[in-house]
Write a protein that binds this ligand. Structure first.
Ligand code: NAX
Length: 328
């Protein structure tokens, strides 16, 4: 029998946590034959709510769930962690400037990065979901000098999945017909969903759609502003779809991409495609044996170049801001 994999989830009592934990425990994060131990990290006032969720996990009698531990101490919650899902973050509240937001999140992600550095397992894989996800991942990564930088990733898979469905609807197909879509840059309104290399039933998606006005004025803003549209409709931010994307991200990272396809992940740049080295930016990646690689050699047209550059510029500004705050 396999040793259980230790999966740490922060913000476990939040709404994404509630949608995520049951799917992890059912085997959808790592695979249907992989037992898991769950470690829930919450702030002290939310420990009781986390215990409530743990009671429901108990009541689900998941055969793969071997244990649940709850803590408000990152040093405990990340001890021996093989996978860490950093969901809990400080949301932007009314009147909060970007600097305040980055500083508040630095107070969360810096100590968590340090705890991962000091206590996680050697094979730790980290996914940051909590916003601003790319820069929070950068803060955690910088606080973990003993962990290879590429183990710190940020979630753009929800944007990727949103783009898949918007493109499928436009083309009159279902999402399984689409391959090689890419989200570039920051998980923010500047992100760039790129269909120029995507394929719909094996044909170039941009040619199939053949509508640059739709691309610029409909598709890109719809994908980029989808989070706000969900809040408007639901009265609460994306939760189940965000949890689903987190599952997809880690499952792909562990189990690989399908032949002929790729995924989007926010990862430390190696300088590919003119993205400054070290910035945590979204790229097209293939994954094999638990290791991702940036898809190389894609031709970037002027339309894409301008949009990638704009999003990467924003990431550079966020990095400069957290650097001047002493967070990295
Ligand atoms: P909730 O406010 O429902 O839950 C957040 C939880 O995190 C709370 O229970 C809170 O107590 C906990 N928390 C706060 N500080 C903590 C700390 N230092 N350690 C451990 N836990 C802590 O938010 P939810 O809707 O679950 O969203 C969580 C985060 O995901 C937010 O930052 C949100 O902006 C972000 N999102 C990111 C997405 C992405 O695509 N990357 C999409 C969905 C979502 O908007």
């Amino acid at each position: 029998t396999r040793t259980p994999v230790n999966v740490t989830v922060t913000g476990a009592a939040g709404q994404i946590g509630y949608a995520l934990l049951f799917r992890i425990a059912s085997g959808q994060l790592l695979g249907p034959d992989v037992p898991v131990n769950l470690r829930l990290l919450e702030i002290t006032p939310a420990l009781k709510a986390a215990e409530g969720t743990a009671m429901e996990l108990d009541d689900s009698a998941f055969p793969l769930l071997k244990g649940i531990e709850i803590s408000d101490d990152p040093n405990v919650a990340f001890d021996g962690a093989n996978v860490a899902l950093l969901v809990g973050a400080r949301p932007r509240t009314k009147g909060m400037e970007r600097g305040d937001l980055l500083e508040a999140n630095g107070g969360i992600f810096k100590p968590q990065g340090k705890a991962i550095n000091d206590h996680a397992a050697d094979d730790i894989k980290v996914l940051v979901v909590g916003n601003p996800a790319n820069t929070n991942a950068l803060i955690a990564q910088a606080a973990a000098p003993d962990v290879p930088a590429e183990r710190f990733t940020a979630m753009t898979r929800l944007d990727h999945n949103r783009a898949l469905t918007q493109l499928a609807k436009k083309a009159g197909v279902t999402v399984d017909a689409i391959k090689r879509l890419t989200i570039w840059g920051n998980h923010s309104a500047t992100q760039y969903p790129d269909i120029f290399h995507a394929e719909i039933n094996g044909k170039n998606a941009a040619e199939v759609v053949g509508d640059e006005k739709w691309l610029a004025e409909d598709f890109i803003p719809t994908v980029a502003k989808r989070g706000a549209a969900i809040i408007e409709a639901r009265g609460a931010s994306s939760a189940a779809s965000a949890a689903n994307a987190a599952i997809d991200h880690v499952y792909t990272w562990v189990n690989g991409t399908a032949e002929g396809d790729w995924a989007s992940m926010g990862i430390p740049s190696d300088g590919s495609y003119g993205v400054p080295e070290g910035l945590i930016s979204s790229f097209p990646v293939t994954v094999k044996d638990g290791v991702y690689s940036i898809v190389q050699g894609l031709e970037i047209n002027d339309f894409s170049r301008a949009r990638i550059d704009a999003s990467v510029k924003e990431l550079g500004e966020e990095r400069d801001a957290v650097r001047s705050l002493g967070l990295i």
